[in-house]
Design a protein around this ligand. Structure first.
Ligand SMILES: NC(=O)C1=CN([C@@H]2O[C@H](COP(=O)(O)OP(=O)(O)OC[C@H]3O[C@@H](n4cnc5c(N)ncnc54)[C@H](O)[C@@H]3O)[C@@H](O)[C@H]2O)C=CC1
Ligand SMILES: O=C(O)/C=C/C=C(\O)C(=O)O
Length: 477
């Protein structure tokens, strides 16, 4: 299915088309329509109208049933979704088939369960001295925020889009979504499924296009938008927040990370190495949760670096960077690392496959050592298949190094000492701390970051809270 906007229940390709390239071999695989301002305006208007119409009158039971049917609809077209995700991102098919698409289905099912079973609190109130009984019943009802703009990135396109769309719809909002300009295909398929399920026109709208000075910015600065949920770069979060400030629009932000792994000398080293291969190199490091800083307790430092480097040199079946631009950015960090004095213990360049992939946007999985904590390579998010490994001496130093970052999204602690795990985890300034694992996700848990890694929490009830407004009703008895 070719990328198309979906506005008020109608597919359209209005707007200048821009090319879509395969990250695997650099070939052009399609075109994407850039939504002009009037298409974005029409989407926001359609969403507003939907709230005043049948969509605004749906019960939570009806919405949850629709969410389940959307999940079924994605499942019925599973292979088509996998193919579209692979074409757009170049990620290994297995990753799309075992993570991205199943997780999108899971997002709709889990929010259907959560929204349906959601309790609210009531407070029997007595106010001494109040004329009459002085008694009341206070209870809370939740009302949707209204028109919600959802802006999603290219790294986990359907997973991250549906992570926001599902709770937004469950809570009764009308959605205008803009996926990344690099990955429009699964979002268009999602619109097709939503169309088949028969959501009232305007409840879900999709516009394609770029971010700054284009469809994305027009949407996030739109006075008709009541809330913005965004996942992407921290710098983009800053820009969106500026637009949102004009209308005091609430935001939920999942931003970048420069995530640390702490490997203590008592860790199961083989497990820590294998875990770091996953945490640093899954999807070629293009996940905000990926580890880019590894700190290893000094007695095991050399052993860890040798074992990690050997595993990383053996990685062969990895995907490309999303674009030529992003590849160039990652390679500029590989050069910067050397200028800053790094030792490149694995990778560091561009691979040669001897086939069509040489026209694509691959970079080598890379392990660095030898940089000071102040190096830009150690402080800035690279978002590629690279980690820097440095030694530490004791627990306090490990925590200090982990926290010495403008970001605070995720961290991993590798230790067999349970007391240490419980001591260290709460001291790390991050939204998520994994112990002896990485990216083991439960969709009910709070998800988000501190410092430059975001604002607010999504996941489970946290998303339902963001996408709704609590209203206190006080009934005098
Ligand atoms: N989840 C994460 O943490 C992600 C981090 N990144 C980082 O960001 C860098 C840049 O990648 P991009 O694709 O440019 O990420 P980005 O943050 O610019 O793009 C994410 C989404 O925001 C939209 N957008 C961009 N500027 C906007 C604006 N001013 N107003 C409204 N919407 C806007 C984009 O069109 C896209 O849909 C990457 O090199 C990587 O380091 C990128 C994607 C995801
Ligand atoms: O929810 C997950 O499992 C993964 C989330 C990843 C991001 O938010 C990201 O890479 O931006």
């Amino acid at each position: 299915m070719k990328p198309a906007h979906y506005v008020n229940g109608v597919f359209t390709t209005t707007g200048t088309a821009f090319p879509l390239f395969s990250p695997v071999d650099g070939s052009q695989v399609g075109v994407v329509p850039e939504a002009p301002h009037d298409v974005v305006d029409a989407a926001v208007r359609a969403a507003r109208t939907a709230l005043a119409g049948p969509w605004g009158r749906t019960s939570v039971e009806e919405r949850c049933s629709m969410l389940r049917r959307i999940a079924d609809g994605i499942e019925a077209r599973f292979d088509e979704f996998v193919e579209a995700e692979v074409v757009d991102t170049g990620k290994p098919r297995e990753l799309a088939a075992t993570v991205d698409i199943p997780r999108a289905i899971g997002n709709f099912r889990s929010y259907a369960d959560l929204a349906y079973g959601r309790p609210e609190r009531a407070y029997p109130t007595t106010v001494p001295g109040w004329s009459g009984s002085g008694q009341a019943l206070n209870y809370t009802v939740r009302r949707p925020l209204g028109v919600v703009a959802i802006i999603s990135p290219w790294n986990l396109p359907l997973l991250l889009l549906t992570w926001k769309v599902a709770p937004a719809l469950a809570a009764g909002n009308a959605v205008v979504a803009k996926p990344s300009e690099e990955t429009p295909s699964t979002a268009t398929l999602l619109a097709a499924v939503i169309d088949e399920v028969g959501l009232p026109a305007g409840a879900f709208n999709l516009v394609h296009g770029h971010g700054a000075n284009a469809a994305g910015e027009h949407l996030t600065s739109h006075p008709g938008v009541d809330a913005i949920a965004f996942t992407g770069a921290s710098a983009t979060g800053t820009a969106i927040m500026r637009s949102a400030a004009d209308h005091i629009t609430p935001v939920s932000f999942e931003l970048g990370g420069k995530n640390a792994a702490l490997v203590f000398a008592d860790a199961d080293l083989a497990e820590a190495v294998e875990g770091t291969v996953r945490s640093s190199f899954t999807h070629s490091g293009q996940i905000c949760l990926c580890t880019e800083r590894v700190y290893v307790q000094r007695p095991r430092f050399e052993e860890f670096v040798d074992a990690l480097a050997e595993r990383v040199r053996a990685l062969k079946d990895y995907g490309p960077m999303i674009s030529a631009e992003h590849r160039d950015k990652v390679l500029s960090y590989y050069r910067l690392a050397v200028e800053e004095g790094a030792t490149v213990v694995a990778g560091g360049g561009v691979p040669s496959f001897g086939d069509g992939r040489d026209g694509g946007f691959h970079v080598e999985p890379t392990v660095l050592t030898g940089l000071p904590q102040t190096a830009r390579t150690v402080r800035e998010e690279i978002f590629g298949p690279v980690c820097h490994v440095a030694p530490f001496d004791d627990e306090d130093e490990a925590v200090r190094l982990a926290n010495d970052s403008p970001y605070g999204l995720a961290a991993t602690v590798w230790t067999t000492d349970l007391s240490r795990a419980h001591r260290v985890a709460p001291r790390v300034e991050a939204g998520i701390v994994w112990v002896n694992c990485w990216n083991l996700r439960d969709l009910r848990t709070p998800f988000g970051g501190v410092k430059a890694s975001g604002i607010g929490r999504e996941g489970g009830e946290y998303s339902l809270d963001f996408f709704s407004e609590p209203v206190n009703v006080c009934v005098k008895i």
